[in-house]
Design a protein around this ligand. Structure first.
Ligand SMILES: [Fe+2]
Length: 237
């Protein structure tokens, strides 16, 4: 069998070919880099659009629930800062959406219950306590909101297992939901309510510490207490 007759390249031709190959590689690299930058910009735009969409949805619920004011946005800001302090922010990129949407299931609770001035009856409480699961069903089917859905479902669970809807305890409760419980309670305590004035910050921090281990994850409280002084956003409503 004879070898196929490949043309033999001289040194000049080889050098020429190598140069062309290098030029092609540089051009391909530049194209890929430009494409990566475009993708990054598109992702940024998309993330901003997601956040705005979710904010709008959350504000619809907030408008229905009279007392909350800027509560949602403060919870988001405090929650994100606390996730960073705990070093878990990058593990749960959609947690901030869950902070905003935690009460979205309240769209399924009649206004006569949500806005009832007096205490709720046992039957009304049963209806009110459906809101984490209603919210979970709304949110969790959206693929990029998986962790957010877990926060919505578990935002009324308590560390000692006495919460609802599932009575989860300790690490059974998703960590971002344990983070949310702390910032939610902190904001509720440091904001004026129709029935009491806002508590001073130190008082609120002391309350959180008192409830560490029962209502709240003690590690999360320990990370939040030194943070809360710097985080304070003046309530606007
Ligand atoms: Fe709730």
């Amino acid at each position: 069998m004879t070898e196929p007759a490949y043309p033999r390249l001289g040194p000049d031709e080889l050098e020429d070919q190598a140069r062309r190959f290098a030029q092609d590689a540089v051009a391909a690299y530049k194209r890929e880099k430009a494409r990566a930058r475009e993708l990054e910009e598109a992702l940024d735009t998309l993330q901003t659009a997601y956040l705005e969409t979710i904010r709008s949805l959350a504000f619809v619920v907030e408008a229905k629930d009279a007392y909350t004011g800027q509560h949602l946005e403060r919870c988001r800001v405090y929650g994100v800062a606390l996730m960073r302090a705990l070093g878990i922010h990058d593990d749960y990129p959609d947690a901030q959406y869950g902070f905003l949407l935690h009460d979205s299931g309240k769209v399924g609770v009649p206004e006569r219950i949500l806005g009832k001035p007096g205490p709720l009856t046992a039957a009304e409480w049963r209806v009110m306590r459906t809101h984490p699961l209603i919210g979970y069903q709304m949110v969790a089917s959206i693929p990029f909101l998986k962790n957010a859905g877990e926060i919505v479902r578990s935002h009324h669970e308590m560390f000692d297992g006495s919460g609802y809807p599932a009575g989860l305890k300790r690490e059974e409760i998703p960590l971002p939901a344990r983070v949310f419980s702390v910032v939610d309670a902190f904001d509720a305590m440091t904001t004026d309510r129709p029935y009491r004035a806002a508590l001073p910050l130190e008082h609120a921090a002391a309350e959180l510490t008192k409830m560490a281990g029962t209502q709240f994850d003690p590690d999360v409280v320990a990370a939040f207490v030194p943070l809360c002084e710097q985080l304070r956003i003046e309530p606007t409503g």
